[in-house]
Design a protein around this ligand. Sequence first.
Ligand SMILES: [Mg+2]
Length: 219
Amino acid sequence: MNVEVFKEKKVWLFDLDNTIYSPNTKIFDQIDQRMKLFISKKLSISENEAFILQKKFYHKYGTTLYGLMKNYKLDPDEFLNFVHDIDLSKLKKNSVLFKKINNLPGSKIIYTNGEKNYAEKVLKSLGISNLFKSIWDIKKSKFIPKPEMSPLKNLLSTNKIDNSSCVYFEDIEKNLRPAHQLGITTVHITDKNPTIKKSYVDFRFKTIISALDMINKNF
Ligand SMILES: [Mg+2]
């Protein structure tokens, strides 16, 4: 796919964690730790056992939370409040990021498996809150996480988005699959060097900044 395609785009979907900020900040590692702690306390099991369960649910259900809800009838708010209670001081106001997102024509939306209040805090820390038309969080997705197709379809129809005018940035490769199936242009953000590029990945960049640089060059 040629970078020229971006000229036609009017809607920009951004994943939040490890996409809009770098994984080097280790922000998501804190959430990961809090999930383990929560499960360990809640189910009265060791942290090791909790970690195994956490990852099992993550792989089976898309999020640990969805697995806990399905198997333990857990209160999602209690979980979300606990795991998102973290230190965001590593996230600094980023005027470069602001400018590059602001340059994109049309609307920008956050699409995250996390929760809205947390997403707002992250965006505020980065100084980019007012760039986004809305935040589509896990509650709006009725707790059905990416990479499921249904929350994405809901997001698109609720916001009356023309799929072919839409771009989606995301660090977890498999989350791009449903978007690609719906005709959205997919951009994988990863600082690793995957040897194989999946057919549903249209573009791949090391950072969100390098992706936006390439795209902005075309306007
Ligand atoms: Mg992510």
